[in-house]
Design a protein around this ligand. Structure first.
Ligand SMILES: C[S@@+](CC[C@H](N)C(=O)[O-])C[C@H]1O[C@@H](n2cnc3c(N)ncnc32)[C@H](O)[C@@H]1O
Length: 474
């Protein structure tokens, strides 16, 4: 028996011993030939709504369930926040090796990742001008680990390395590169595997009238849910979902699943750039969610070529109104529709910046924002120049990428660095396709004279003057 298969068997045995219930109609299988690690497959036909497995809440690797949370004061976890707290607990359980309740679980978790955090600079260069490069955050995570996590481990050395006479020495070494790398691995596991665990009804904060507080949903504690995280995902192939119950978490079929089919969870409608950053894989099914981000700097550079006055003052006002950001999305749409795809914040920002001075001042005095009824030719012209400026920030053109793609196997047939480079090419091509479609559509609008063109679809959202600031990255 291979060690891969043996680890799966040990994990499943541990799970059942912990009180989990697994349907005999499913199996954990080796999908490494598809570059998908382990996955869960149906071995018999499954009906809609059928239980695939049930995991007791006590099996979740979480702050709440780890003995560390009984030893370290709650204030320390509050200070660290949910993400660092779970990293701390995972480090603790991991270094406890066979004495950890989750020892068999760690054996099926990967030790190597294809997420962008672990790519070489040369591999990252293949993403060219994609905004995802600025969202990897390796340096800032290193700093957070050094400044926030390492001091906690050092303060609690005797608890963290309990029973080890070298506890202080080991804690002192936590800031070393190999240990920071381990923290990155735990962080990457959380990013690709953890769930936001809804508390059981009993543990929800309930007020005198019996209502739970609304804030609760905003910061659900993260937990590693064994088995639930064995499910892969592929946009549009989702056929299972996790249900949160009082004492357990149940994975159920959302539709009939035939024997031989893979069981898929839903990781969300992620652009391929973010899928690569968070999960280290892509499939063509996610191309529909692709996004290209126009950098704010390029928008400002284009505005500086116009006669707009008091740019800095205007930007200060617009920042207060929440429409200034580091970048602005153009999303994919099919068929491509600029009105649907271009960030409403960007359109509002440009309409406002291009207003005559007196009109801008009147609007600012009323603390309002423009109510666009479409994209004016002036805004369209400006956007075309921003899009062209961004397109040339990519080291190759879409045509060159297409030719390159035709000359080599698809990334799905490649391994290692070749695969990473192939996935990066697919990401940058997706972004360039959106730029091309947007440029073509805007060029038409730019030529129209006089009245604005476009639908009023977006105007209702924008007119409120209270646009929600977009979340960049996750
Ligand atoms: C929650 S885990 C799923 C279980 C994982 N396959 C394993 O072996 O541990 C998420 C990871 O699975 C892989 N994955 C998920 N869906 C995939 C897919 N459709 N194709 C390839 N890999 C996938 C990625 O490496 C991702 O980071």
């Amino acid at each position: 028996m291979s060690s891969f298969h043996a680890a799966s068997q040990e994990f499943l045995a541990w799970l059942e011993k912990s009180g989990a219930v697994l349907s005999p109609k499913i199996e954990v299988q080796d999908l490494r030939h598809q570059h998908a690690g382990r996955g869960v497959l149906a071995v018999q036909d499954i009906e809609e709504g059928e239980l695939l497995f049930r995991i007791p809440r006590s099996s979740i690797l979480s702050v709440e369930n780890s003995v560390l949370s009984k030893e370290i004061p709650p204030a320390t976890f509050d200070h660290l926040g949910p993400w660092l707290s779970l990293i701390l607990v995972m480090l603790y359980e991991y270094q406890n090796a066979e004495s950890s309740n989750w020892a068999s679980y760690f054996k099926v978790l990967p030790d190597e990742f294809d997420t962008l955090m672990f790519w070489s600079p040369e591999e990252l260069d293949e993403l060219q001008a994609s905004a995802v490069r600025s969202k990897i955050g390796k340096e800032s995570a290193d700093e957070t680990f050094r400044n926030n996590l390492v001091p906690v481990i050092q303060e609690c050395a005797s608890i963290f390395f309990s029973g080890d006479e070298r506890a202080t020495e080991r804690a002192a070494a936590m800031g070393e590169p190999s240990n920071l790398q381990l923290m990155h691995k735990m962080g990457s596991l959380i990013m690709a595997y953890a769930f936001d665990v809804e508390p059981s009804e009993r543990n929800k904060d309930v007020d005198e009238e019996g209502y739970t507080s609304e804030d609760e949903d905003e910061a659900l504690p993260k937990g590693m849910v064994p088995m639930a995280d064995m499910l892969n995902a592929d946009a549009e192939r989702n056929n299972a979902r996790l249900f949160y119950e009082e004492h357990s978490l149940s994975m159920k079929a959302l539709k009939p699943i035939k024997a031989g089919e893979e069981i898929f969870n839903d990781y969300g409608p992620l652009p391929r750039s973010d899928l690569l950053r968070r999960y280290g894989y892509i499939t063509d099914n996610y191309a529909q969610y692709d996004v290209v981000e126009l950098p704010f700097d390029l928008v400002i550079a284009a505005l500086k070529q116009t006669t707009v006055s008091n740019l800095d003052q205007r930007l200060e006002y617009l920042d207060e109104q929440g429409v200034v950001d580091t970048g602005f999305d153009i999303t994919n749409s099919n068929p491509f529709d600029v009105n649907e795809s271009i960030s409403p914040e960007l359109l509002v920002l440009l309409e406002a910046l291009l207003l005559p001075s007196d009109a801008f001042e009147r609007m600012a005095a009323k603390e309002k924002l423009p109510k666009p009824v479409g994209i004016s030719p002036t805004v369209a012209r400006l956007l075309v120049s921003v899009i062209r400026a961004h397109a040339i920030q990519y080291a190759s053109t879409l045509e060159q990428d297409t030719a390159e793609l035709g000359a080599c196997p698809p990334y799905s047939e490649l391994t290692g660095s070749h695969r990473r480079r192939g996935m990066a090419r697919a990401v940058r091509m997706g972004e360039k396709r959106i730029l091309k479609a947007a440029e073509e559509a805007l060029a038409v609008l730019a030529q129209e004279s006089g009245s604005v063109n476009g639908t009023a679809k977006r105007s209702a959202e924008s007119a409120s003057g209270g646009l929600e600031k977009r979340q960049k990255g996750m």
